[in-house]
Design a protein around this ligand. Structure first.
Ligand SMILES: Cc1cc2nc3c(=O)[nH]c(=O)nc-3n(C[C@H](O)[C@H](O)[C@H](O)COP(=O)(O)OP(=O)(O)OC[C@H]3O[C@@H](n4cnc5c(N)ncnc54)[C@H](O)[C@@H]3O)c2cc1C
Length: 456
């Protein structure tokens, strides 16, 4: 019997599809520079069905890619040629929220904001807040070790996951991690987080919920130049303040978001805007907010404002978090990069990136997590122009070269996927790459789980 018929026996005939229009819809994720039509899409409804699907695929030697919200920006969820997409959207329940233990037990298809909302009902919060949080899932967040604007102080997904149930490449299932957060022996859970679906499929996760900070303050600082904003970032961090979030947008990025739904009313001629949020105990928050404002003033801030209400804060964040999508208002297509540089090199990095844009005649907007040096240059292009598509890709990889030259890395939070395999090989030594490859081979000797990702 064929692989499709065998899959139908596991999940039911309605949950395996092979029609061309649907396969095309699954051919790419949010990294739109690669597209591969899969053999089939399967929707299992339980961990046992995921295991059954993996066993069938292993028997037929057919590779698979797990899929959550499809918002990967590095092609993590792009199908493998001749492979099957295992979409986890039916495993979408929040099974338990335990306020005493500070833990939520969730299935992988649960959307990030659903967890935050469930936590809020018991006065707690789930910290990782990728800007895609309305669409991305916990399974994808775990696989990409997702971060977000508020991860500067509180850490990324890895710091908020305690335990996970996993289906391995041979279809066997087991639980990794512990509710107490202790690792026994080598820390398999940490290995799994950020492995981009190449080591196992997460079918359930236990994540940490935390108390909401007693107080918070959000400060918006508008500067005439990017350098002034960058120097403010460096001085805030050097001053020992660890904001909950420290985000920057440059003029081109602001010109896009200001055309969108969440208009703040920024001046058209600004160089850069900083959004700084401090939280903690009330007294400390007041002190930190005052210090942030004083530092901004020292660097010639043109406009300084502290959010006067929850509604104002929400608007500022909605403006920032919709920045990627807003690029559609000023460009037909965009390609977002995700490199990291040491914070102290921010002004140099931005100047070098501007130079890359000039050299390839590509407009580059910058929206990024300035506090941890995680840059997101948005390279604007027209996908109908083959020459421009080629140039934008070259420019994107040159942006990563800038990051490496300045002592940084080729990915902060979007993963390696199909996009950055060559860049990763440039960042790591041959020996480091060999270690990573050996880990992949140990977990997945038949190369069935999302092959062609991370490694060249
Ligand atoms: C507008 C926009 C803003 C973004 N902002 C941020 C941001 O602030 N921070 C950030 O970190 N990222 C951001 N991203 C990138 C993306 O949202 C994250 O990488 C997210 O974690 C992907 O989740 P997903 O559910 O969409 O996963 P998918 O795109 O479906 O898959 C991503 C990877 O996870 C694997 N995977 C999915 N589910 C599972 C599972 N159950 N088990 C094992 N592997 C699995 C897939 O195989 C793939 O390799 C943004 C993306 C967009 C489009």
């Amino acid at each position: 019997m064929g692989v499709v018929e065998d899959l139908r026996r596991v999940v039911g005939p309605g949950f395996v599809r092979t029609d061309a229009a649907l396969l095309d819809a699954y051919a790419q994720d949010a990294y739109t520079l690669a597209a591969i039509r899969p053999l089939a899409v399967v929707w299992p409804a339980s961990a046992d069905e995921v295991a059954g699907v993996v066993r069938v695929l292993a028997q037929h030697g057919v590779p698979l890619v797990a899929r959550g919200g499809g918002t990967s920006l590095s092609g993590g969820a792009t199908p493998v040629a001749g492979g099957v997409v295992v979409h986890l959207s039916r495993l979408n329940r929040i099974l338990r929220v335990d306020p005493l233990a500070g833990v939520a037990e969730v299935e992988p298809g649960v959307v990030n904001t659903w967890v935050s909302r469930a936590a809020a009902t018991v006065g707690l919060t789930y910290r990782p807040d990728p800007s895609s949080q309305q669409a991305c899932t916990l399974g994808g967040n775990i696989a990409e070790n997702a971060g977000g604007p508020h991860c500067l102080r509180y850490g990324v997904t890895l710091n908020h996951i305690l335990m996970a149930d996993v289906v391995w490449a041979d279809g066997r299932q087991s639980r990794v991690g512990t509710l107490s957060g202790d690792a026994e022996g080598l820390d398999t859970l940490s290995l799994l987080v950020g492995s981009e679906g190449t080591l196992g499929i997460v079918t359930r996760a236990w994540v940490r919920l935390e108390p909401v900070a007693e107080a918070s303050a959000t400060v918006l600082a508008v500067f005439g130049t990017v350098d002034e904003a960058s120097e403010t970032v460096s001085d805030v961090i050097a001053g020992g303040i660890v904001p909950a979030a420290l985000e920057m947008m440059d003029n081109l990025a602001v010109s896009a978001v200001e055309r969108g739904q969440y208009r703040v009313g920024y001046p058209a001629d600004l160089g850069a805007v900083l959004l700084v949020e401090v939280d903690g105990l009330s007294e400390q928050v007041e002190e930190d907010a005052a210090r942030v404002q004083a530092i901004a003033a020292r660097h010639g801030v043109a406009h300084l404002q502290r959010a006067a209400s929850a509604a104002e804060r929400t608007l500022w964040w909605a403006n920032r978090k919709t920045a990627f999508g807003a690029m559609g208002l000023i460009s037909r297509n965009y390609y977002v990069q995700d490199g990291v540089i040491p914070r102290s090199r921010l002004p140099e990095a931005l100047r070098a990136i501007e130079q890359v844009g000039r050299q390839h005649t590509i407009r580059i907007a910058n929206v990024f997590h300035a506090g941890d040096g995680n840059l997101h240059p948005l390279l604007l292009y027209d996908g109908r122009d083959a020459g421009e598509v080629e140039r934008v890709q070259v420019a994107g990889h040159e942006v990563l070269d800038v990051c490496l030259t300045l002592g940084g890395t080729v990915s902060g939070e979007h993963g390696i996927g199909v996009e950055k395999r060559a860049d990763l090989a440039r960042q790591l030594t041959v020996k480091e790459m060999a270690f990573q490859r050996a880990v992949k081979d140990a977990f997945d000797p038949m190369a069935l789980l999302n092959p062609g990702k991370i490694f060249l």
